[in-house]
Design a protein around this ligand. Structure first.
Ligand code: DP6
Length: 350
């Protein structure tokens, strides 16, 4: 009998400064454009994968965040689509290792799943890294990011490298095989390079973040999408430059323009999506007003209504206080720049 082999990994969520929006190959999770993000140091998923030849099926146990004490709560067994997605990713790793063993996956989030933070990025990065470690596959960071990307949660590939991260696409016209082999994320700078903060203003805690998969496929139906793609090379270059030089004004202006552009694509797709609500607009106007008053803060918004406010770390407490006092803001969640995914334990149980 094969002895169970187990590994535990921790991975951060990340916030995109330049958004991944639109997929040109669904099977391989290939985007139209490169994207740039910052890992979040306070939004983490911890996942243990145990391969065991005695298991007949993959199992997924989730311990969702329900307050600071929820780590002690018993996990819930997941079925349906979440289990299928996890099992599909385990299947890719099994094929790579040439084994058949099924696995038990136990995953814990330390942040509320209703905060509109892409928990799937942290989840699929942690799953892939723990799975690879448990199978004792020797993959470098490039390959880890590549296999994480293939999970279907594209933004997860940016949670592998440390700090400020770019998910690259090859130059030239689209070719599925080339892009599949060469589209992965790399670190642009470690967290210590630039002390930024992301304060999430939660304006819609009730609604769970809807998976982006369907809307990625609708992006190309927007008449504005080609304009967005044409603007992206300059925005990516400006964002790389802003990070290298720690230029918050350049980063912020580029990041806001990119978030608005992504949402214009959503609002002009067929059928359209309108993610923003009244609270979203309240926060956007407040951030612009604070900036006019001398407080450097910039907004970005993912596929949801909550607003991420990026500022210098010394301004974080002030931004948290001001955001929490706005009408429509239910709670705030502060993050610094974080390190990438890491293995925290491996065990060959006897
Ligand atoms: C708007 O397909 O990676 O967050 O639906 O969480 O798996 P999940 O996300 P994914 O799309 C992310 C879209 C985005 C922008 C971004 O993070 O780049």
């Amino acid at each position: 009998m094969h002895h169970p082999r187990s590994a535990t990994a921790i991975a951060p969520a990340n916030i995109a400064f330049i958004k991944y929006w639109g997929m040109q190959d669904i099977a391989r999770t290939l985007p139209y454009n490169g994207s740039i993000s910052m890992n979040l140091d306070a939004c983490l998923t911890t996942t243990t994968v145990t391969f065991d030849s005695d298991l007949a099926e993959d199992e997924l146990l989730l311990r969702l965040y329900a307050g600071p004490e929820s780590a002690a709560a018993p996990p819930q067994r997941a079925v349906g689509r979440p289990l299928e997605r996890v099992s599909a990713q385990l299947g890719r790793l099994r094929a790579l290792a040439g084994v058949e063993w099924r696995a038990r996956v136990e995953s814990t989030n330390n942040f509320p799943s209703d905060a509109g933070i892409a928990s799937s990025a942290a989840a699929f990065a942690a799953l892939t890294l723990a799975g690879v470690a448990a199978l004792e596959l020797e993959l470098d960071e490039r390959e880890l990011s590549l296999w994480t990307r293939r999970s279907g949660s594209g933004s997860a590939c940016r949670s592998i490298p440390t700090g400020y991260v770019e998910w690259r696409v090859p130059d030239g016209s689209f070719d599925a095989a080339t892009w599949d082999a060469e589209s992965y994320a790399v670190s642009l700078a470690p967290p210590a390079h630039w002390a930024l903060a992301d304060v999430v203003a939660v304006v819609d805690a009730g609604v769970k973040k809807i998976g982006s998969a369907e809307n990625h496929q609708l992006a190309a139906t927007s008449a504005y999408f080609p304009t967005r793609l044409a603007e992206l090379p300059a925005r990516l270059a400006a964002t790389r430059d802003a990070i290298a030089r720690r230029d918050l004004e350049l980063l912020g202006e580029t990041m806001e323009a990119d978030a608005v552009s992504m949402h214009v694509v959503c609002m002009t797709a067929r059928p359209p999506s309108f993610y923003w609500n009244g609270g979203t607009m309240t926060v956007i106007h407040a951030v612009r007003e604070w900036r006019a008053g001398g407080l450097q803060a910039y907004f970005t918004i993912d596929a949801g209504s909550n607003v991420h406010v990026i500022c210098a770390a010394p301004d974080r407490a002030e931004i948290e206080r001001r955001l929490a006092a706005l009408p429509g803001v239910q709670f705030v969640l502060g993050n610094g720049a974080g390190i990438g995914a890491r293995v925290v334990a491996t065990e060959a149980a006897g």
